[in-house]
Design a protein around this ligand. Structure first.
Ligand SMILES: N[C@@H]1[C@@H](O)[C@H](O)[C@@H](COP(=O)(O)O)O[C@@H]1O
Length: 250
């Protein structure tokens, strides 16, 4: 695991966008694994700006998202499909039929999970962008999720519902479950880029670098992957100061 220490959110976004643009330029048919949440939006803004300024093309790019809330339709402003359209897809020339996100309104959610897993494995993700939850979740894989998990339905931890409540009018509206790619599905991607920013992630960041690999801290599974870059800002690294010598910084 390589840790890139950057100053702040803007630098993190700049660094991540640069990695992605380089990847797409080298391989125009890249399969991008995408994430939602506040963390990657700055990266998406930079991809949009670069698309405008330099015409980086997404014509052949395919995207797969990590997760979606159960029960929200694609046009619900709180769905992750809506989020991706608004924050990225509609601003670049990616083909709508090449953007994949689990369907949280599927008639059979079990079938949706099976189909989505098959799709993700067939496509083969080149680079997966990840954020991290304060409890160490990746995607919506909450603490305790098996490292062998594939795409599945998950009951959201109360802490996760509370953390995400800021996007909803009231806590009652925050869905109680979601479909998420599993830990094993995520680890199959060729390269993983984890973005960590802000003081509220300092605890999670410290656990990531100090804890044993353990299912009670889902992000620790990333230590088992050969090509992970963590881009963390100084607020997120605040509790790692004493560890700096032992971290592999860039
Ligand atoms: N399912 C998403 C995760 O993919 C995301 O990484 C996490 C952190 O979100 P944020 O970036 O807003 O802190 O929140 C949600 O639960």
């Amino acid at each position: 695991m390589k840790i890139v220490a950057v100053k702040n959110y803007d630098e993190m976004s700049e660094y991540a966008a640069h990695l992605l643009i380089k990847q797409i330029t080298q391989k125009p048919s890249t399969v991008l694994g995408l994430a939602t949440g506040s963390t990657p939006t700055g990266t998406y803004e930079r991809l949009i700006q670069d698309h405008k300024d330099n015409q980086t093309s997404y014509e052949q790019v395919r995207t797969v998202n990590l997760d979606e809330y159960v029960g929200l339709s694609p046009d619900d402003p709180n769905s992750y499909r809506y989020f991706m359209e608004k924050n990225l897809f509609k601003h670049i020339n990616v083909r709508p039929e090449n953007t994949y996100i689990p369907n949280g309104k599927a008639e059979s959610l079990e079938q949706e999970c099976t189909d989505y897993e098959k799709l993700v494995q067939e496509l083969g993700v080149d680079v997966q962008i990840l954020g991290i939850g304060v409890n160490g979740h990746i995607g919506f894989n909450e603490p305790g999720t098996s490292f062998q998990s594939k795409t599945h339905i998950v009951k959201l931890a109360e802490s996760t519902r509370q953390a995400n409540a800021r996007f909803f009018d009231s806590m009652d509206e925050v869905p109680t479950s979601a479909i998420t790619m599993g830990i094993e599905s995520i680890l199959k991607s060729k390269e993983i880029v984890l973005l960590v920013s802000g003081k509220n992630k300092a605890g999670a960041m410290k656990q990531l670098v100090t804890r044993e690999i353990d299912e009670s801290f889902p992000a620790s599974a990333l230590h088992q992957h050969p090509n992970v870059t963590v881009i963390a800002d100084s607020d997120a690294l605040a509790e790692c100061k004493d560890l700096k010598g032992s971290l592999q910084m860039v």
